[in-house]
Design a protein around this ligand. Structure first.
Ligand code: TYD
Ligand code: MG
Length: 471
């Protein structure tokens, strides 16, 4: 017999307690613990019975076995397949998170339509919008001719029962996991135990049937996928769909991926007719560049296996505040502080009484330390008023001693720069040996002070570099 017990569950991390308390000891959050009643069931959803049950024996297999299924299905949305690691894996469960209105539903209805048009069975379950609303969107995107099967449902048992009839779908989209609920748990949809149990049912269905399931997840204010983190551990891949407010392009990034890389990004542009793939992001990020202004440097970066050129913009201005402002968009603030400290300690560039603003153009977020050199160049350029050459790219990691260290995949970065019409690359000394890109001149710097001296010398005619005292 199922017995109802009450437990107190933290809505932020999923830790459960025997009684209510103000603070979750597991994640330290306040006022996140709520009462939830859970019907006790055994593992796998079977009612827990008294008495010991003898386990069933099962066969064990070796690593070198042959899989009988084609492992992946391409969605034909190239940027999506790139992030998935080459297509949808059978029986896999993918969680896609993102801010409201970023375009998750649009992306998934477009991918569903492509797959369905190739003759695969695709089911799209919306828990947030009525069938009519989904149809309206499809109409706007010109996808009404695609045989996607639609439903507006929220009960996972009903959904699994419906899906089990007919052929196994190649893809099932659940939009969103926070609206789903299961009979087994009594708390409201969206609570930790509901989200976790509903996800469990859907994951079990995916593994058993071989259908790929994509779960849409909402994101909390601080950017985490709402509901328990445990869902992230349960699924095979976690993706986040991001975009800067005001920019029209969107980036799909893998946070976790059991079947592919986590450093690839997919780039899309939101247009009036849905999301458009952007196979060459560099052109997008460099579009509309202000060539004659100081404070901008082009960084030759890598996103996974793909080189991406992006403009780094810096503004350095005398501060009127006691503590000068430091604002960074698209890069790590701590990393910028480090570059400022190295400029101060080893290059005589004093920015202690200046406000410093740094921006990565186009809303891209860079995580690579290879951007250090480009950031330093942009900062010094803004300070001295010296315009950096418009046809030069920069990359290199700056160490605390002021040395410029080599970075990985220099050849791919240079190749992309050449392709986009750049003629000069400022790179670390050691990388010079592998920089055999014909038609692209390389200038090697082994120390940040060399770069500062070069920029300051070029800027003498532009504006007197007062704050730069070369030593
Ligand atoms: P949506 O996919 O509903 O976002 P999510 O599911 O992540 O909440 O996208 C909604 C936004 O996208 C909305 O602000 C309008 C915009 N949009 C377009 O600009 N063009 C389009 O063709 C569509 C369908 C949406
Ligand atoms: Mg939506």
């Amino acid at each position: 017999m199922a017995r109802n017990i009450t437990s107190f569950v933290c809505q932020s991390c999923g830790a459960s307690y025997g009684r209510w308390q103000g603070k979750c000891e597991s994640c330290g959050a306040w006022n996140t613990i709520a009462e939830e009643s859970v019907a006790t069931t055994g593992v796998g959803g079977a009612p827990a019975k008294g008495g010991a049950k003898k386990g069933r024996t099962f066969a064990l297999a070796g690593l070198d076995g042959v899989n009988d299924q084609a492992p992946r299905t391409e969605t034909q949305v190239g940027e999506l397949d790139r992030v998935f690691g080459g297509g949808l894996v059978k029986g896999s469960v993918i969680l896609i998170g993102g801010d409201p209105g970023i375009g998750k539903s649009t992306l998934l209805i477009q991918a569903s339509a492509r797959l369905a048009r190739m003759g695969h069975r695709v089911v799209y379950i919306s828990g947030e919008e009525a069938v009519g609303q989904v149809r309206l969107r499809a109409e706007r995107l010109g996808l009404t001719a695609s045989p996607v099967e639609l439903a507006a449902e929220t009960n996972v048992e009903d959904i699994v029962a419906t899906l089990s009839e007919g052929g196994t779908p190649r893809l099932v989209v659940i939009d969103s996991i926070q609206t789903m609920w299961t009979d087994k748990v009594e708390s409201a949809p969206g609570t930790v135990s509901q989200v976790r149990s509903a996800a469990q049912v859907l994951i079990r269905y995916a593994k058993k049937s071989g259908a790929a399931v994509i779960l849409v997840g909402h994101v909390t204010k601080d950017g985490q996928i709402a509901g328990p983190r445990v869902v992230e551990h349960m699924v095979d891949a976690v993706m986040s769909f991001e975009g800067e407010g005001g920019h029209h392009f969107r980036i799909l990034r893998a946070v976790k991926n059991r079947f592919g890389p986590t450093d690839e990004i997919g780039v899309f542009e939101m247009t009036g007719k849905g999301l458009r793939e952007v196979p060459n992001p560099s052109e997008l990020f460099l579009a509309g560049r202000d060539l004659g202004a100081p404070g901008t440097a082009v960084f030759a970066g890598m996103e996974g296996t793909r080189p991406v050129l992006v403009e780094i913009q810096a503004l350095v201005a005398p501060s009127t505040l006691g503590t000068p402002r430091r604002a960074v968009v698209g890069w790590d603030g701590a990393r910028m502080s480090m570059v400022l400290a190295v400029l101060d300690a080893h290059c005589g560039v004093r920015l202690g009484s200046h406000d410093v603003y740094l921006n990565v153009a186009g809303g891209l977020r860079i995580a690579e330390p290879a951007a250090d050199l480009a950031v330093a160049a942009a900062l010094v350029s803004s300070l001295t008023g010296a315009v950096l050459p418009a046809d030069a790219v920069y990359f290199g990691e700056v160490s605390l001693s002021g040395a410029v260290r080599p970075v990985a995949q220099a050849a791919a970065r240079l190749k992309e720069a050449k392709k986009l019409g750049f003629t000069k690359a400022v790179v670390p000394e050691v990388a010079r040996g592998e920089t055999g890109e014909p038609g692209l001149g390389t200038q090697s710097v082994n120390n940040l002070s060399t770069l500062v001296a070069d920029i300051a010398a070029a800027g003498v005619g532009a504006r007197k570099p007062k704050a730069v005292a070369n030593d």
